[in-house]
Design a protein around this ligand. Structure first.
Ligand SMILES: Cc1cc2nc3c(=O)[nH]c(=O)nc-3n(C[C@H](O)[C@H](O)[C@H](O)COP(=O)(O)O)c2cc1C
Length: 202
């Protein structure tokens, strides 16, 4: 059977979500998936980015990460979206990317794929769940199969977030627990998508 294809599409200004995205890529690869790790285009002009040295540094550090296109969504059997929490919602660059996928949605090409999401926020109650649930609204519109991590692995009892892998950036660098949670989430997404793909091919 054809290898299951997993796209990890994320936005990150200062690297937190990028770290989770990389861990997710590792998890999906470990599950045997063909993985595309893609950042969404950075819409901010350089003079704005340069006002925050950590933002400018992250842009430089990830210059080699390919920019996501809607073809990556069409290609994938499963997509994990990563975004910072901004005012309790997904960041607008990721929303802009999602809205560019309108024609694919219209053609029914986003349906029957597995979707999942992960996030970071500055505070513990800053809106991680609302951000992930807001993305789920879109997955419903697309006719997606939402696969959350739940408490399906012991690491989830440490991360404490059944909605998706997450990190509280205000508490410091991305923790090993958050990275393991992202690996688990992506592995689960890849395995579910593979089972679904095999079932359809049978
Ligand atoms: C415009 C804006 C809005 C934000 N809103 C929230 C928020 O609602 N709750 C929160 O905890 N953090 C908020 N943050 C902090 C970001 O979530 C945090 O910086 C981000 O998760 C770091 O991810 P990154 O390093 O991948 O960019 C906000 C940041 C910005 C720039």
């Amino acid at each position: 059977m054809e290898t299951v294809k997993v796209a990890i599409v994320y936005y990150s200004a200062t690297g937190t979500v990028h770290a989770l995205a990389r861990a997710a890529a590792e998890g999906a690869e470990k599950a045997g998936a063909d993985v595309r790790l893609r950042k969404v285009a950075e819409p901010a002009p350089p003079e704005v980015i340069d006002t925050r040295p950590e933002w400018a540094q992250h842009v430089r550090d990830t210059a080699d990460v390919p920019v996501a296109t809607v073809d990556d969504l069409a290609w994938a059997d499963a997509v994990l979206f990563g975004t910072p929490t901004r005012f309790g919602n997904p960041a607008s660059p990721l929303r802009a990317f999602i809205e560019a996928a309108g024609p694919l949605w219209f053609q029914g090409k986003l349906a029957d794929k597995v979707y999942s999401a992960f996030t970071a926020s500055n505070t513990a109650h800053g809106g991680q769940e609302s951000t992930i649930l807001a993305l789920a609204n879109t997955f419903y519109h697309w006719g997606g199969i939402i696969v959350p991590p739940g408490y399906t692995d012991p690491i989830q009892f440490q991360s404490g977030n059944p909605y998706g892998a997450s990190h509280v950036a205000g508490e410091g660098p991305v923790s090993e627990v958050a990275l393991q949670s992202a690996r688990h989430q992506a592995r689960r997404v890849a395995e579910t998508a593979a089972a679904f793909k095999a079932g359809r091919a049978a």
